[in-house]
Design a binder for this molecule. Sequence first.
Ligand code: 26M
Length: 822
Amino acid sequence: ATHPLALAPVTAPESSADAFVADFLHSLNFDRGVALSASSANDRYFALAHTVRDYLMARWLEDLRRQKQSQSKGVCYLSAEYLLGRQLDNNLLAGGLADIAEEALASCGISLDDLRQHEVEPGLGNGGLGRLAACFIDSLATLGVPSIGYGIRYEYGIFRQTFVEGQQVEQPDSWLSLGSPWEFARPEDAQTIAFGGRTETYDDEGVTRSRWVPGWNVQAVPYNYMVPGFQNGRVNTLRLWSAVATNAFDLRIFNSGDYEEAVRAQTFAENISKVLYPEDSTPQGKELRLQQQYFFVAASIHDFLDNMLAEGFDLSALPDRVIFQLNDTHPVIAVPEFMRVLVDEKKMEWDAAWAITRQCFAYTCHTLLPEALEVWPVDLLGRLLPRHLEIIYRINEEFLDAVRARYGDDEMRIRNMSIIAEHPVRSVRMAYLATVAGARVNGVAELHSQLLRDKVLGDFDDFFPEKFTNVTNGVTPRRFLRLANPELSGLITEAIGDGWLTDLERLRELEPFAEDSGFRAAFGEVKAANKRRLHEVLRARDGFEVSDGHLLDVMVKRLHEYKRQMLKVLHVVSTYEGVVSGRVPAAEVQPRTVIFGAKAAPGYTMAKRIIHLINAVGSVVNSDPRLDGRLTVIFPPNYDVTLAERVIPAADLSEQISLAGKEASGTGNMKFALNGALTIGTDDGANVEIRELVGDENFFLFGMSEPEVSESAARGYRPSEFYQEDAGLRAAIDLIASGAFSRGDRSVFEPIVSNLLYEDRFMVLADYASYIAAQERVDDAYADQEAWTRSAILNVARTGFFSSDRSIRDYIDRIWHTPPLA
Ligand code: 26M
């Protein structure tokens, strides 16, 4: 053998249950240091995880070697978030080990299912953006694309949400407190990351150059995680960085004799990867956040350049070797860092370095909300990264020169396109920097990409139209269909054979089965079984009792005003009000259970009020005997990936009700449709594409379209007019205002009510009537179970497009141009 893999067999150890038992017991005894009889559930979970890991190891080592040796073009996916969800089941499935593990454990008297429950999911992301990154690394591995995911190993992931008297209280998520069996620390691959200090010019053999004299350092220690492809013998790598104090850093202070200061300094350094910022979509411009961003992208770029390039690699060939995909603007500081490496460290000419940089980055935008676009005040950025600020200024000067050359001295245009904003404080617009530097800029659904070109980045589209493209988001069918919904997966395979899991468009072959009453009955049985399973989880997790036979109506996503959880609340309150006012006999109400799941950013006051209101409405509605048990509102705390995997397969109705033009794509919408829920939704984000695919008759569309929203805003939107003119709306709002959900205290929800009446930025009141009418169509449709099931089957059959495998193929074709690894 010519390489050190000679020790580890390239094929997995013999895959029999007996061999698995032996490996499991070995791990229990030698890794955990316990006998089976004395082991805790955590010991057994760890030993199982280690056993699974060992089976994947030879493939992983082989792929690491191959990616380096082949030197073919690969993808570095840069993302501040990876919302991974539990790993055990995914890795069992990918390794083809699920049955063997189950049998092996059973022979030791251990239930695999019990051990599954033991894993604390790594919640290293906020929501859609982080979960998308996790789906993408799964598809990259399954498609065998040479790639690596880089990110941050937060010690605390997204907070654990609890409710105290209906109000959100955050608890730290110490997901590492029992350790993680899936990670491999690589301290020998640590990178030193510099911050602060100043720049100086110096004479380099007659050339005046600028260089950075940093003020302090931290160490970035990588942790590797396996990313196994689905039963294809491929294992990619996710590399997450953890911050530790450097020796040099400590020593200087220790030597000054100030021990306490030295310890403080260490804590300071280690703060960088301490906690995930829980804001999603409203960046606060906090210094630590910028430190996190630079920390992980600088470590990642240096890691790639140091470890992945062949000896004597010619840097001008980098565009044929790597593409750095920027997941939103969070990693955009990578652009000036890359320029700094090429120009200051590798002594390349600016123009040559810029020509390379422009081909090595691509940018994905995930929003349209102006307040979500990241900007960094130049005083902050210049203090933390003085050389980077100089580089950004130069990029901007040259860019604006090019703009002037094209359009003349159109100062308005120059000001609008400048990477540097002057107001309210001089700041760097990270989305503009990404757009100027990126070879490609993509939105995440057709409508979103169009609006990016027409509005947010309109001037840039005019200047470089060839950069703009779309890649509609997708979700991994391994986790969100096969693992989350094994019963439906089994039924699908029975009907159309296997192969669909890696070629999801083949779900089309299910279409004829929508007309088959036997298949419909089986499909209905699967949905009912999934509901029972969810009820068990909700009982065990939170003590909820859920009735059978209800339409299960689900709205799960981060809490944000633009997503309009308020609209759903108004529907619930209207239904309730109709009954308690005596206008609607309870017997005429379609029995429904409404499930909410939503975390609010801790500083987002209005979002937290809405959470309080949902809980308050739930406690009143659920206990009012006049409803006759026909309307239940359930809001389990701490919605996470694990709960999503239980809720989504059970849902009948998927709520995707954002104001048109505000939700970039949505990905929950795709997961629900693939699991046979029908969507009630606006013409927004990927809903547009879902509706096109499933057909109008299998989708409950309501609300204004994006152009209508824009027109209404331009005319001057006055929400109180809707309140005045719609008696049903008035009754619902008045009931909230009356204190009916706050023990008569009118002040509790007053801010919500006045916000709706006098501001209503996201036009809840304008879409209310249309939403209620659509919900009436839902009730009518649900009354015909055969027709409903037929529609549900067609939703599954027609949404194979939304596999993240397809998204990744689109990235390859439109952006990366990476050849498949041989
Ligand atoms: C920024 C600064 C400080 C702290 C956090 C942030 C931040 C974190 C996440 C800002 C935005 C973040 O995510 C935005 C997001 O999740 N966008 C969603 O991306 C999904 C995947 O493309 C889309 O499906 C959703 O429509 C979009 O809202």
